[in-house]
Design a protein around this ligand. Sequence first.
Ligand code: DGL
Length: 303
Amino acid sequence: MNPPIPPTIGVFDSGFGGLTVLRALLPLLPNANYIYLGDTARLPYGSKSHDTIARYAVSSAKFLHEQGAELLVIACNTATALALEDIQQALPIPVIGVVEPGAQAALSLSTKNLQCHPERSAAESKDLRFASAAPDRAPIESVLVLATAATVQSHAYTRALNALNLEANEKACPLLVPLVEEGWINHPVTDEVLKIYLTEALTAAPATQTLLLGCTHYPLLEPAIHRTLASIGHPLTIIDSAHATAQAVAAHLNLSPQTSKPIAQGSSLCTFYATDSIEKFQRLGSNFLGQPVSEVRLIDLGG
Ligand code: DGL
């Protein structure tokens, strides 16, 4: 039988944060071809209105489809939260966002925690919050979601987590994207900003057990977030949706890691496009991708 034809996967983000999702896809689907678009001219999406985000996201998605994408990954939490349906309606190809896989990752962690700590299941079954949960549903675990202002206002994560019987608290962290964009991932100012955000969020939701990074820029801050949580005496398990999204793409394509054996490390063909600042994209993008970002092509998608 012929091996499956490697698909062309379009990966889209408002900037280079979505490279964290591409980074997770590459080892899982090494034979696929990837076209990545960072809409750097119109970044940030996270402080804009629904209509503007949908317009930007749909035009970016259409561009990737025109370049030959057979499946689109919206590797941007804000675009997923506010424009997933608009993009799905605009394109005749499958579209996968990051919110649903992120919520699923939180559920998997919650289930694993309960298997490791069966005493918690017993204690929690006495908790009134669990009384209404159907027996086949996971007991409620409290998840704190850090995200952009637009993602938080959409409550897309709350809906996705509540649908899995997980409790959600969302915290908008508008200063984090510019700090990461500046490359200040290990910087006292960033630590101070994180301390303020996390202290506010955990004061409002002290029962939080899990921290979900609901923005593609935030995985780069994971060491700083761990450091800050330790300093305020509230260590948490941190999850991001990049790996869960990559798994969802593999599942959708019916390509398990077994059927999609690597030909050779790095055999994927990656083409990068950006709408502005290609030098910065190349320079900072490598931090997100974990390997050098080769040639980046400049394109104009209008305003
Ligand atoms: N990519 C966006 C997200 O994941 C963050 C950057 C922006 O605001 O555009 O929400």
